[in-house]
Design a protein around this ligand. Structure first.
Ligand code: ZN
Length: 440
């Protein structure tokens, strides 16, 4: 049986594990495809031995999209007219524009400028730039470095391969009592970037370890895909089973900083995932930031698209595209902290616990239950009414009609679902409440 966990020592241990895993994954050069993604998934598989890794060939079609060629990097360096290094992939993988094609050229600064990327508003940051679907090459560097470049001939040498290969993704099934599933989806395609991206997979791994360690009502499907193309490919191969079984899902992204909690709804905002996310956030982090689906940007774009319509929303810490460090070298292992990850993990775990508790109950008793006969009253009744807990018990019984979910009842009677679940267990023990129906 699931029980609400608020174990500080356990959470601290998990936060430390997540921090260590993030540090280990951080240096790898991930992209939509390539060996950095494979290495990342193999490291995740060390933590989750039943993680299944699949490959899809370049050129494979998925709905309106085609799996791109596989990209791998051997070497990339830009040197100035004096032979000094301006940008080196070996020093920071953000220096190279993602999916750069190979070049070996000497060119003057004027011509080079078209291939350079920097952020005048963040002069010390190296921006993260990609060119997946248009053949190009380029270097990213701090604006401060760029401004110091002198006229003359520069040497751009990029040794990459961009050819027929594979796109790699991982998935983990954790069976529960029910065939109905909770979907957790995260992505593994950003290079050395911490909040957007690595916080998502490390929280997903920790949630999986936690789920595997306890009994579960629902089954769980956890997918690690390159963003956009990966979720499109995954959906194109599993749409029927997902539509049949998924009752709620979350995109796990941006879960590691300490500044905020955020929520981005599903397309219509009316799914069970939205209901759970809002209930947990309102009770756990009431000053969370509420975004609109118009501000979407991750794989909910695919999961919520018309016709797919899976019940998927996002619960985040600081949302992508809103924090200044976003998609730059400043989104690093200092910006993401163990405390940040701990909060990200805790809020998602509460969402999952709320779903596990969200049963439908009924009482076998017609009319009001006689509480006193079953020792459900406090020994001494006070003047002016019952204490809060008795009132909550009676309220719960009043709405346990065989149709209302516990989540709906919790909202109605104004207490959180975790307290409600505790009360429901006591009432079950006293024989005045039972689970009315089960999903299968
Ligand atoms: Zn991103």
């Amino acid at each position: 049986m699931f029980s609400p966990v608020d174990d500080n020592a356990d959470l601290s241990r998990r936060a430390e594990e997540m921090g260590k895993l993030l540090q280990r994954l951080f240096p790898l050069c991930r992209s939509l495809t390539g060996n950095g993604v494979r290495r990342t998934l193999r490291i995740l598989q060390e933590k989750l031995p039943t993680l299944k890794i699949s490959e899809v060939a370049s050129g494979a079609r998925a709905f309106d999209w085609t799996v791109p060629d596989e990209w791998n990097v051997e070497y990339a360096r830009l040197t100035d007219p004096n032979g000094c290094v301006v940008a080196d992939f070996a020093e920071n993988n953000l220096h190279l524009v993602g999916y750069s094609e190979p070049v070996n050229r000497f060119l003057p600064l004027d011509a080079l400028q078209a291939h350079l990327h920097s952020r005048p508003d963040l002069p010390d940051a190296i921006p993260y730039v990609t060119s997946y679907y248009q053949k190009n090459w380029g270097f990213c560097l701090s604006h401060r470095t760029r401004e110091r470049l002198e006229a003359g001939m520069y040497h751009a040498e990029i040794r990459t391969t961009l050819q027929q290969g594979h796109m790699t993704y991982g998935e983990l099934h954790i069976p529960g009592e029910l065939k109905k599933e909770i979907l957790l989806s995260t992505y593994i395609c950003h290079p050395s970037l911490a909040n957007d991206n690595l916080s998502g997979p490390v929280v997903a791994v920790e949630l999986a370890k936690w789920l595997l360690s306890r009994p579960r009502r629902y089954s769980y499907r956890i997918v690690f895909v390159p963003e956009t193309i990966g979720s499109i490919v995954y959906l194109s191969r599993h749409l029927d089973v997902l539509k049949q079984n998924v009752v709620a899902g979350f995109v796990l992204t941006c879960l590691g900083d300490e500044r905020a909690y955020s929520y981005l709804p599903s397309r219509l905002g009316d799914t069970l995932a939205d209901e759970v996310a809002l209930h947990v956030l309102l009770n756990h982090a009431p000053d969370f930031i509420r975004y609109s689906y118009l501000e979407r940007g991750s794989d909910e774009r695919q999961y919520c698209s018309p016709g797919v319509d899976l019940p998927v929303c996002s619960v985040m810490r600081s949302k992508y595209n809103t924090f200044p460090e976003y998609h730059t070298s400043l989104d690093d292992t200092a910006f993401v902290t163990e405390d940040g990850l701990r909060g990200g993990f805790a809020v998602l775990r509460k969402c999952i616990e709320a779903l596990e508790f969200n049963k439908v109950y009924r009482s076998p008793v017609l009319c009001e239950v006689q509480m006193g006969r079953r020792n459900l009253y406090p020994a001494v009744s006070r003047v002016g009414g019952y204490d809060g807990k008795v009132r909550d018990m009676q309220n719960l019984l009043a709405y346990a009609d065989g149709e209302s979910t516990l989540l709906k009842i919790a909202e109605k009677i104004g207490i959180d679902i975790f307290t409600c679940a505790g009360i429901a267990m006591e009432l079950e023990k006293a024989g005045v409440l039972f689970e009315a129906s089960r999903d299968n």
